[in-house]
Design a protein around this ligand. Sequence first.
Ligand code: SF4
Ligand code: SF4
Length: 302
Amino acid sequence: MEKARDGGKKGTVSRRQLLQGLAVAGGAAIIGTSTEVFADGKFSGWPDRRGMLTDLTECVGCRSCEKACNEANRLPGPEVPFDEKSVFERKRRPTASAYTVVNRYEPKSSDKPLYRKVQCNHCNEPSCAAACPVKAYTKTPEGSVLYNADVCFGCRYCMVACPFYVPAYDYDSALEPKIVKCTLCYGRISKGGIPACAEACPAGAVTFGKRSDLIKLARNKIRKNPDKYIDRIYGEYEVGGTSWLYISSVPFDQLDYPNNIPEKPLVEQTKGFLSAVPMVLTIWPALLTMCYAATRNKEGKE
Ligand code: SF4
Ligand code: SF4
């Protein structure tokens, strides 16, 4: 997670400062400031932000993208070997040791299986960031949504807030459990490179580029091949738009994409949810205890 730790430098505090801040300010005030960053429901910044277009009609389910991701992020070996097709017998989601996974679908309206690559969609206005009480998440000008483990104290609100069920919790790291997810290969793209999965895809199913160019590319593909694609770019508007975009030959709900999610970012709903929780009186003391224990562990090692 070295690359993920690159993010979130701006406006963040050390774990010790966090504890001091909590003692003085109280949790409710911290929540109030964290949501203001994305609270207007419109994302007009960073017009050059990058993105990815997945053409589901081109994916052949080879899992080269999974392998490349594991290698680029120095993750442990896969649960099931990358060339093993039995992995498609169950639906998987990203985990602490697999930031992207490919699932197989056999929709009735298609005469061949379709494969769906799942990872963080790098939302324009990420609800994970809005839900985080300590600003552990940052949306970068490049388009990546990054997570800073040094600030996180393990409340896992981001996991609850993500409409795509992406962030995973690294339970295997006993001393420093942390959230893990795809970074859009921030370390590569910030130096002009392309994400490992896009580079590795032998079928041209994943294209990296400027998000606005990818939308034009997707529209052109749909316009030129109306019999091949349904007329929708998933991610263009969902929850205010995402950096990851998808085109498909079958409706997205047949591939388990969350459907009927609002075009408006979930930021306001997240804020409402968090405001409704009487944290100071209920779970906040427990969180502080966990936070204190985590800090003791971390500082004991330093
Ligand atoms: S997909 Fe989930 S984890 Fe990724 S940026 Fe959006 S809300 Fe955050
Ligand atoms: S590398 Fe490309 S073709 Fe292979 S599974 Fe991933 S997206 Fe599909």
